[in-house]
Design a protein around this ligand. Sequence first.
Ligand SMILES: [Zn+2]
Length: 170
Amino acid sequence: MNIKLNCPVCGYQEIEANSCPNCDTDLSLIRMLQELPQAQTPVPQAKFTGWQLGIALFILIIGMSLGSIGSFIFLQPQLNTLTVSSPNPVALSPRNPKPPANIPITPNQPPKPTTYIVKSGDHLSAIAQKFCGKDTSWQVIVKSNPQLKGREDYINIGEVLKIPTCKEKV
Ligand SMILES: [Zn+2]
């Protein structure tokens, strides 16, 4: 009943089983391909043509390489673990997981101008309201610019003032 096959791997001939008795190559796919045209066209004995054998071999090779790639990927993490967990665990142990403390923690705010140059006609309450909103007291500016104390009404044009963070309590 079974068509006799030649093993495409080792050349073993007249195999009736689904695998090569010599090299264990799985021949069921080749057998399926070979038996397929017979089932459809019963009269002419379809010969196993070269390109069919080629396709079968191709699929076989793809299957085998996929298998080896799969086991390679599967083995890879194990290899890594083996390398990592070997003899010097002290260097890898997270004794000191904190980052260096001198990294400045910047609040997540849009950058603001930090200084303001006094122009003609400016006065402190106008500057305070310009940067910190309506109803802001001029004292906010004095608070961040202590040099202004006592001459709040006599700021100089061109004088550089520090802009307050606008969170100061006055
Ligand atoms: Zn074989």
